[in-house]
Design a protein around this ligand. Structure first.
Ligand SMILES: O=C(O)[C@@H](CO)OP(=O)(O)O
Ligand SMILES: [Mn+2]
Ligand SMILES: [Mn+2]
Length: 542
């Protein structure tokens, strides 16, 4: 199908580009000492929030295709919503439906995995919490129950400790729940289910956008070959590592469960491995490590030969590159994104961020498609991120991204652009309030510079966020503060900076306005009518 957009009946667009700035993780929550956004000195952001062309948009729950309004937003669903202009049922919801209806168990992939599991061992690997951003323990438990029921006797569970989508030190709670189910199943089916290995999600396995392959190498060797500090059980491992490192769940090192000095869950030829994460960015690299015949990102045979495995993902994480080849649930089919429409109209555009968010403004924005829509029209720029805990460098690469964006605006080549400043989110995830405040002040400084550039170019800057994070940095109970490292349920800001504004339109958001309404709004500001089935624009034109 060839896509096209009609010229807008009342608005021809401005001379300069429309640029969307996503301040990742900068939600709107009540002001107070735990809100890094309001605690920071942010004269420019304050001005934006006080102007007429400002509103707040829903960025969590059903507004972005998640199962319920108790689900916080995240970058995947947020950037999908921004790019696609419609609400699609997201991975979390699709997996629930496929497990509840039993469709998962009818697939060839499930049945083949079970066959391998019956003859050898079934390995279940994934993020071990109910955060519901990358994975949910209820999904793991459904798979464990069904595998036991279908005759799998040997099952190894490899757990990635979260502490980023859930409380910073909550690993023991989830381990207890999982061990209880293991005991129940082993008693009922005379099986040998057990936790075999694990480690913090920011330390092993779950790297994204090739920021740090060494993380994946450590995770692969831990889960596959039993390389890591050994313990008798997962709870002992976590307790000992809390004590030894002082770190929280997401940063704990690799551990291996051993009996009589031997790892209990090394992977062997003929075993099946299912990665039960549903979100793609942090699942792609480990999937490549497991399923590719030719793999050169690290030496898989460093300790013992890479076994021949039956590997499957909960979803297909990258539909262009078919990663992984085998999967249990079809991913959302996000079609006709705004990027496709704009390319069809010959609009030149750019997307820019640092590594940690690079795929957010490209892959997620384009409906989980890797690569360009039209290389002749699009420029994608990645500024390399540092590989450190970001409270140590709260400015991250915001200034570099800003300088480069200004150059792109000044070039006069582009009609549309989008950028992501990672600070509110990545520093927010560390739970370090002072660092998050500093992060927000850098964001403010960058927004001010971008506004100047937009003004000089006669363009429009749209300032928004994909979900909250830095807006609640701790919770307090009985005078005790607990750092909050996760995203929030907060709405996000939406401000239009249009220096040539002359009353041509009004901001008229419907009561349910959310992130999905930004695409049509942007298309209007570029001088086009939005596609009929996009969520309506936030603007009414005179
Ligand atoms: O770091 C991540 O993977 C998620 C939190 O799990 O954050 P974001 O959605 O902002 O990328
Ligand atoms: Mn985000
Ligand atoms: Mn985040």
């Amino acid at each position: 199908m060839t896509l096209s957009l009609k010229k807008h009946a009342k608005f021809a667009g401005r001379k300069g580009p429309v640029v969307i700035l996503v301040a990742d993780g900068v939600g709107v929550a009540p002001a107070g000492p735990s809100n890094a956004v309001t605690e920071a000195h942010t004269p420019t952001l304050d001005k934006l929030a006080a102007q007429t062309l400002y509103t707040e948009l829903a960025a969590h729950g059903t507004a972005v295709g998640l199962p319920s309004d108790d689900d916080m937003g995240n970058s995947e669903v947020g950037h999908n919503a921004l790019g696609a202009g419609r609400i699609f049922a997201q991975g979390a919801k699709l997996v629930n439906q496929a497990l509840d209806s039993g469709k998962v168990y009818e697939t060839d992939v499930w049945q083949e995995a079970i066959e391998h599991g019956r003859n050898n061992t079934l390995h279940l690997l994934g993020l071990h919490s109910d955060g519901n951003i990358h994975a949910h323990t209820q999904h793991l438990y459904a798979l464990m129950r069904k595998a036991a029921e279908q005759g799998v006797k040997q099952c190894c569970i490899h757990i990635l400790l979260d502490g980023r989508d859930v409380a910073a030190r909550s690993a023991l709670v989830y381990i207890e729940q999982t061990e209880a189910l293991i005991n129940e199943l082993n008693a009922q089916y005379d099986s040998n289910f057990r936790i075999a290995s694990g480690g913090g999600r920011m330390e092993i396995t779950m790297d994204r956008y090739e920021a740090d392959w060494d993380m994946v190498r450590r995770g692969y060797h831990c889960h596959t070959h039993g390389i890591g500090q050994t313990f008798g059980c997962a709870a002992d491992a976590v307790e000992a590592m809390y004590e030894a490192t002082g770190k929280d769940d997401q940063y704990l090192p690799a551990f291996v469960i051993a009996k009589d000095g031997e790892p209990v869950g090394r992977m062997q030829d003929g075993d099946a491995v299912i990665l039960f994460n549903f979100r793609g960015d942090r699942a792609i690299e480990i999937s490549l490590a497991y399923e590719r015949d030719h793999f050169d990102k690290f030496d898989r045979d460093e300790h013992r030969p890479h076994p021949s495995l039956y590997y499957a993902g909960m979803l297909q994480y990258d539909g262009d590159e078919f990663i992984p080849a085998r999967y249990l649930v079809n991913p959302p089919n996000i079609d006709r994104t705004m990027g496709e429409y704009l390319c069809a109209e010959g609009v030149k555009l750019f997307a820019i961020s640092e590594t940690q968010k690079y795929g957010h403004v490209t892959f997620f924005w384009n409906g989980n498609r890797s690569g360009y829509i039209d290389k002749d029209l699009e420029t994608y720029i990645e500024i390399p991120s540092d590989n450190i805990e970001f409270n140590q460098a709260p400015a991250m690469k915001a200034r570099e991204i800003t300088e480069k964006t200004i150059a792109l605006i000044e070039s006069g080549e582009y009609q549309f652009g989008r950028l992501n400043l990672a600070n509110g989110d990545m520093v927010g995830h560390t739970g370090d309030l002072a660092a998050a405040i500093e992060a927000m002040e850098v964001v403010d400084e960058c927004v001010a510079k971008l506004i100047d550039a937009i003004e000089a170019a006669g363009g429009i800057l749209l300032y928004t966020a994909d979900h909250g994070n830095a807006d609640i940095m701790y919770t307090e109970k009985n005078g005790i503060r607990t750092p909050k490292t996760s995203h929030t349920l907060s709405p996000v800001p939406f401000a239009i900076v249009d220096p040539n504004y002359n009353g041509e339109y009004q901001l008229t958001p419907p009561p349910d306005a959310g992130l999905t309404h930004i695409a049509a709004t942007t298309i209007n500001l570029l001088g086009f009518e939005a596609p009929d089935d996009y969520q309506p624009s936030l603007l009414t034109f005179k």
